[in-house]
Structures are given as structure tokens and as C-alpha cells.
Design a protein around this ligand. Structure first.
Ligand code: SF4
Length: 459
């Protein structure tokens, strides 16, 4: 009697992502490449054979979070759990072999440029070697990973990287140290990835990502620039919405402003980090624009797209920031009417030029300023969501509410998330919803009679 051979279970990888969209994207690319070697991705760290912590070093808090997560997995290894443990991303780049020296049960340390080689590096770590890869790759031949994240089909939107690294040197920022100089990905490769995401995963919303997307292509002869790339992505059949992040105000050209008039796929929401509303602080940050220039860009964007809403990033308590300079940031918040923002206290990062500024910073003062700024932001955010009450908006349904059974959530072009009754089968569809109540960050609504357009999702 012949018996069916029992195959060993597929090994499982758990990746915990800290930080920004670039890290989310890198995690997806690592999952995609490891899948080629039979790795199955899991959301449960307890069942994983391989744990990768994809780390962020932009602020001290993110680094602390990573070290505490690492401590838990190291404890499990000490107690005998068979596990390959790796640190990837920006902290890996920054701390490099110090991580391996300090933590004897960490097997693998790889910086962002190690992502294209993750299969080989994981195989080496699994064979008992302790692996370190923090070399930057050649910019001209940088191998952007083309495999699609196996989780892409679960989502209605997808990130697509268009560049890596950054050539700016904002004085507070550690990214140029951890991710190296900027390299633009060939547009043909970007468009191919967009097409495959639409055709094979049913994705409808594309978010182009990079550290400074507006400078895309500028260093490469005969390559499209960022505005041309936007027009080309909009031509891919099935792309219903285009977002992008992060952009730098200095490089926001007239051609991108024009795209807001020409391309309905480009959403009515733009994240444009300003950081400060005071020109002296902006100069010390080396942002290379002024408050006036920023306001002028906002004005031109609004002329091109009257319903455009803006969100931004703020850093408060930058070294030497006076109360009057901080009040310039507060007044800019009102003048632009940002509907939301990410705001942080200045966090000194190793090796950044801001550390050499002779003016110091006071954490307590920064904390108090941050509280004031966030309070005003919450008021503006709430006023904006409430301004939708009674209006009918169109949303792309993204998923189930995390809090209420029988409730689904959909996002407007302007990035307002609306929760309303519905079922999981509607994810990926479009709906017309009347907003009944606005909250600080989201809204509640009810479906109006207009039919829902159901779009097939691919498994
Ligand atoms: S543009 Fe400035 S803040 Fe953004 S990644 Fe580059 S250096 Fe950092």
C-alpha cells in the first residue's frame, strides 16, 4: 500500500514594521521575496520560525519601542525557542555590528539596502551564520524589488516605491544616514508594478512613495520627472485614485500643480510637510523654502483644485526656537487650515547637523508647545469633519471597522474615513454615503439610495 508523503509544514515569517510607509513597503517586499523560498507570512509572532523587526530611527521613541520588542524575542530564544531573529531597516543601518555584539541571540542585521538580498541573507542566518549587511548599493544599478507583496490582494490600495534615499540634508533628519542618497526607480518598472497590482491584485488606489517624490527622475537623463510620472500612472486602466508621499515643498513644481487640474485620479488630499511656520527656524532646519513660498504653493494648489485639503508635519521645539517663532507655526496652522498633522517634539538624532547648533532645546518647553499645537489641530480637524455633516460623499470601501460589528469603513478622495453599516463582501466597492456625524479623525454615515458599484476582487 503506498502512502502519501507528509510534507513538512512551510516555515513562517513574522515581520513587525515600525515607522513610515517606506518601511511598510520594504516589509511587503521582504515577504514577497521570502515567499519564493516557501516562507509563509504570519500575523502571529508565536508561530513564526523567523522574526524580523523592520525598524525606524526617525525619533528616539521608535528606537526604544524596537528595543523593547527585541527584548521579548531575545528572552524567548534564551528560554529555548528555536527562532531566527533579525533586525532590519534604519536602526539596523545605524547600529550595525554593535547590535550583533550587544545581543548574542540576534542572528541577522540588515539595513534598508539589504532588502533586495533578503533571501540569501536569511538563508545564511538559518545555516548558523551571524549575518551583517549594511552596505549601500550602487545608485545607478540599484535593484528595486519587483515581486508583489503577497498581502497586496487583501487591500484596495497599494504603495509603490518610486525612489530610495534622499539627497536633502534637513538638519534634524537621520534618513540620509540610514537610507543613503537618492536613486529614482525606472518609470517603466514603476508602471509595470502598478499594472500588475491592478490586474492581479485588484488594487484601485496607488500611493507613490519616496522620501522626496517631487525630485523623482531629476538626476536621470531621459527619465520622466514626477509630474510626467503622475500622468503616466493615471493612464494605467483601473487606477482610480493616485496619492503620493512624501513631498518636499521646495520641489513642488508648476507641472505638479497643473496635474491637480488635469488628473481626476489625483486625490483631493495632499500631505505637504512644512515643519515650522517661522523663516529663521526653517533656515536652521535647512528646508530651503520660506513661510511665504509655502503659502504661495498652497494658494496655487487651491486654485488648481479648489476642494484640496492639506495635511502636514510639524516639529516643535527645534534648537533655539523662541516662543514667538513657535507662535508663527501656530498661526500658519490656522492660515492654511491643515485638516490634520503629524506633530512631534524635536528629537535629537545621532550624527545629524542639528546636534551641532549652539542653541539648545528644552524638552519640557517643547512638550508644552506640542500640547498647544495638537489642541488647536484637534479643533481644526473636528471642524473639518463636521463640515461634512449632511453632505453625500463617495468612498472607496477599505475594510471592516475595528470597533463595531456590521460596520465598514470607506475613504473619500480627501482622505476622510467614514464608517457606515455594511458587510465584508463590499470591500473594494464604491459607495455614496451621507455623513451624519463628524469626529476628530473620522466620520459616521449612512448609505444613500445610489447603487453601490461592486468591483471584483482577485484572490
Ligand atoms: S527631505 Fe529632509 S526630512 Fe525628508 S527624508 Fe530628506 S532629509 Fe529627511
Amino acid at each position: 500500500m503506498s502512502s502519501t508523503p507528509v510534507l513538512p509544514p512551510a516555515p513562517k515569517v513574522y515581520i513587525r514594521t515600525f515607522g513610515c510607509q517606506m518601511n511598510d513597503y520594504d516589509s511587503g517586499k521582504m515577504r514577497a521575496q521570502l515567499a519564493r523560498d516557501g516562507w509563509q507570512s504570519t500575523d502571529d509572532p508565536d508561530e513564526a520560525d523567523l522574526v524580523l523587526l523592520n525598524t525606524c530611527s526617525i525619533r528616539e521613541k521608535a528606537v526604544e519601542k524596537m528595543h523593547s520588542a527585541l527584548g521579548e524575542f531575545r528572552r524567548q530564544k534564551r528560554e529555548g525557542r528555536p527562532l531566527t531573529l533579525g533586525v532590519t531597516g534604519c536602526v539596523a543601518q545605524l547600529e550595525g555590528d554593535a547590535l550583533l555584539e550587544r545581543y548574542h541571540n540576534v542572528d541577522l542585521v540588515l539595513g534598508p539596502d539589504g532588502v533586495p538580498h533578503v533571501r540569501r541573507l536569511v538563508a545564511e542566518a538559518r545555516s548558523g551564520q551571524r549575518v551583517l549587511d549594511t552596505d549601500f548599493l550602487d545608485l545607478e544599478t540599484y535593484p528595486f524589488v519587483t515581486d508583489l507583496d503577497p498581502d497586496a490582494a487583501k487591500k484596495v490600495g497599494a504603495f509603490v516605491t518610486i525612489q530610495k534615499g534622499c539627497d536633502n540634508r534637513c538638519t534634524y533628519c537621520i534618513v540620509p544616514t540610514t537610507r543613503g542618497d537618492e536613486a529614482s526607480r525606472p518609470s517603466a518598472e514603476i508602471l509595470d508594478e502598478v499594472r500588475r497590482l491592478v490586474e492581479t491584485a485588484g488594487v484601485q488606489e496607488i500611493t507613490l512613495i519616496g522620501q522626496n517624490v517631487n525630485s523623482y527622475g531629476l538626476k536621470v537623463p531621459h527619465e520622466k520627472n514626477f509630474a510626467e510620472l503622475l500622468y503616466a500612472v493615471a493612464e494605467v486602466p483601473g487606477v482610480r485614485r493616485i496619492r503620493y508621499t512624501t513631498s518636499h515643498p521646495r520641489d513642488m513644481g508648476d507641472d505638479v500643480v497643473q496635474a491637480y487640474q488635469d488628473l481626476p485620479q489625483l486625490t483631493s488630499h495632499l500631505h505637504l510637510p512644512v515643519q515650522s511656520g517661522n523663516n529663521k527656524v526653517l533656515r536652521r532646519m535647512k528646508r530651503f523654502y520660506t513661510r511665504e513660498r509655502f503659502l504661495d504653493i498652497v494658494e496655487r494648489l487651491r486654485q488648481a483644485r479648489p476642494d484640496l485639503v492639506l495635511t502636514t508635519d510639524f516639529i516643535v521645539g527645534f534648537p533655539g526656537e523662541t516662543e514667538a517663532q513657535f507662535l508663527d507655526t501656530m498661526s500658519l496652522l490656522d492660515e492654511v487650515g491643515f485638516v490634520s498633522s503629524f506633530s512631534f517634539k524635536y528629537s535629537p538624532r545621532p550624527g545629524t547637523p542639528a546636534l551641532r547648533l549652539k542653541e539648545g532645546h528644552d524638552d519640557a518647553v517643547s512638550g508644552e508647545r506640542l500640547t498647544r499645537l495638537q489642541k488647536r489641530q484637534r479643533e481644526l480637524s473636528l471642524a473639518w469633519t463636521r463640515s461634512h455633516e449632511g453632505q453625500v460623499v463617495e468612498v472607496l470601501i477599505e475594510g471592516l471597522s475595528r470597533h463595531d460589528e456590521g460596520v465598514i469603513c470607506g475613504r473619500t478622495s480627501a482622505n476622510l474615513m467614514v464608517n457606515f453599516p455594511g458587510s465584508a463582501s463590499e470591500v473594494g466597492s464604491w459607495a455614496k454615503v451621507r455623513v451624519t456625524r463628524g469626529f476628530t479623525h473620522t466620520a459616521r454615515g449612512e448609505r444613500v439610495a445610489a447603487p453601490v458599484e461592486i468591483r471584483a476582487r482577485r484572490a
